[in-house]
Design a protein around this ligand. Structure first.
Ligand code: KIV
Length: 299
């Protein structure tokens, strides 16, 4: 009798999943890696159908779907819930859960406990965390437990206040050198990939050239090994001012707004629902119902 688990065990790739090791091979081959954020099951499914390689359940969810002004308020419970939805939709892409502010800063133990939650409760394939320096031991602890970690350097929105706002990082030789040192340290600590956000293109190129692991850029030029955009920015669903590095590929917000206006007009002008949207019942049943209801009214 063969004993086969019905479902893949945590940290075991599901059938059809892009192997994590493929990402480094893509870098070697010069094949670009595509990552997009998603926050629900339809998003995960559409990203999968579009053939993207990585789906990031970003803590940008705090702004894009939860309506906050920054990523900081996102909680573990919220991120676990969103990640669980995305993993139900995305089969082939690796799903990376973003560790929210406060979930990994306190200690290695707490970081590991929260990373395990993403894998066990939400089916994430990997986690992402922001920063270098003190975060290196977090990376080592999580990778040591068998959970792949993606790093994130440059503009790290969770510490935007410390960085002087949402602005490009690594624009002086000294800052660029510090960025390169952090990137190399994150690679040595075991990260499988590294997001570079809002970094001058020549700096991102040099960091990319010095690393064996792939870099995924957002506002970091064309020489990163892959690119990521936020779902709402890419699709035109976000109302705020878009960053310089955003390219809008659709105006889904306009499409949704105009569909809602048409619905509202149809309802108000009694054009919806039509015959085809309603259910009928046999005439004889309706006659019995009317008779019984009329009797009830007289009682
Ligand atoms: O939270 C997020 O969406 C991100 C991307 C911008 C990389 O971290």
């Amino acid at each position: 009798m063969s004993i086969r688990p019905q479902k893949p065990a945590p940290a075991t790739p599901a059938p059809g999943k892009l192997p994590l090791t493929e990402l480094a091979e893509m870098k070697q081959r010069g094949q670009r890696i595509v990552m997009v954020t998603a926050y629900d099951a339809p998003g995960g499914r559409l990203a999968d159908q579009a053939g993207v390689d990585l789906v990031l359940v970003g803590d940008s969810a705090a702004m894009t779907v939860l309506g906050h002004d920054s990523t900081v308020p996102a909680t573990m419970d919220e991120m676990v819930m969103l990640t669980r939805a995305v993993t139900r939709g995305a089969r082939r892409p690796l799903v990376v859960a973003d560790m929210p502010f406060g979930s990994f800063q306190v200690s290695d133990e707490e970081a590991l406990r929260n990373a395990i939650r993403f894998v066990k409760e939400a089916g994430a394939d990997a986690v992402k965390l922001e920063g270098g320096g003190p975060m290196l031991s977090r990376v080592r602890a999580i990778v040591g437990a068998g959970i792949p970690v993606m790093g994130h350097l440059g503009l790290t929105p969770q510490s935007a206040t410390m960085l002087g706002g949402y602005k490009a990082q690594g624009r002086s030789a000294e800052k660029a050198l510090a960025l390169l040192a952090d990137a190399r340290a994150l690679e040595a600590a075991g990260c499988f990939s590294l997001v570079l956000e809002a970094v001058p293109a020549p700096v991102a190129k040099r960091v990319t050239d010095r690393l064996e692991i792939p870099t995924i850029g957002i506002g970091a030029g064309a020489d990163c090994d892959g690119q990521v955009l936020v779902w709402h920015d890419l699709l035109g669903l976000y109302d705020g001012r878009a960053a310089r590095f955003v390219k809008r590929y659709a105006d889904v917000g306009d499409t949704i707004r105009s569909a809602l206006e048409s619905f509202a007009t149809d309802v108000r002008e009694r054009r919806f629902p039509e015959e085809q949207h309603t259910y009928s019942m046999p005439n004889e049943e309706l006659a019995v119902f009317d008779e019984a209801a009329a009797l009830q009214r007289r009682e």
